[in-house]
Ligand binder design. Structure first.
Ligand code: DGL
Length: 281
């Protein structure tokens, strides 16, 4: 690998605000790291775009993050992780490390079963909710079943959730009705764990929890990915030490939206200046 130094930022990208759930978890776990976030708001939602389009966007954004000297690129989007991870990895080569948001979640399920004290404690049927692109790819099922055939994985596309969340509709009557309608579909009957297979969904985790009344675990990528990023940087001796110097956070969008700025301020608990990166214009 090319020589890198720990002061180089971690780059993250998503179609919109969803990846901020991952950025926040990384910031909480690794408060000394410099972060650069790219929200591809010009192309939101990714969920119903073709795999070729997602690959094209992902490569252009990866180049943008490389231009900003990122030591690691986190694809903070399940749709792009499902459809473009290999493409991005090939494109980046040794220039930076690339992390997706699916493998850490899959590992969590598999480790849960491997470490279960009794057969009753093992997962038998795991539900996944995500965008059309993620669910159509079947990536969670492929990875989980390839490692443990005893687990059934049932995916349900929930395409209304991303636009709903981006519009700030959560914790209200409308969001509860939509969530309830999706989660009561037969595909999710008798599941013993639910993967929130979209980085936007931690924003409605409370509402999903209310519906399941805490009876099954809800597994989202944010904390799992933050832990994985920590371990990987540590292994490569690339963890940044603050040494009195505050980290910087920079946020770019491909198309400016008020909602994005509001949410960024909310997540990072401070006034954030949003920059428009005109990579498509
Ligand atoms: N946060 C993205 C994901 O995890 C959102 C997808 C979208 O833009 O539809 O898949």
């Amino acid at each position: 690998m090319k020589s890198r130094d720990s002061n180089q930022p971690i780059g993250l990208f998503d179609s919109g605000i969803g990846g901020l759930t991952v950025a926040k978890a990384i910031k909480d776990k690794l408060p000394a790291e410099n972060l650069i976030y790219f929200g591809d708001t010009a192309h939101l939602p990714y969920g119903d775009k073709s795999p070729d389009s997602i690959k094209y966007y992902a490569i252009r954004i990866a180049q943008f993050l490389l231009d900003h000297k990122c030591k690691m690129i986190v694809i903070a989007c399940n749709t792009a992780s499902a459809l473009a991870y290999d493409t991005v990895k090939d494109f980046i080569g040794k220039r930076a490390m690339v992390v997706n948001v699916i493998d850490p979640v899959v590992n969590k399920i598999l480790q849960g079963n491997a470490g279960a004290q009794s057969a009753e404690k093992k997962h038998r049927k795991v539900g996944v909710i995500g965008t059309k692109g993620t669910i159509k790819s079947g990536i969670h099922a492929k990875k989980i079943v390839a490692a443990d055939k005893s687990i059934e994985v049932s995916g349900l596309a929930t395409p209304l959730l991303v636009p709903m969340i981006e519009e700030g509709f959560f914790n209200n009557k409308i969001s509860r009705t939509v969530i309830n309608s999706y989660l009561s579909r037969p595909k999710l009957n008798h599941i013993d764990a639910l993967i929130l297979g979209c980085t936007h969904y931690p924003l409605i985790k409370n509402e999903i929890e209310e519906l399941y009344k805490g009876k099954i675990p809800l597994i989202d990528a944010a904390d799992e990915v933050a832990q994985y990023v920590y371990q990987t940087l540590k292994k490569h001796k690339l963890l940044r030490r603050a040494g009195g110097k505050k980290p910087y956070y920079r946020f770019y969008v491909s198309d400016f939206t008020d909602a994005f700025e509001k949410n960024t301020n909310f997540f990072f608990n401070r006034k954030i200046k949003l920059e428009e990166a005109r990579i498509w214009k």
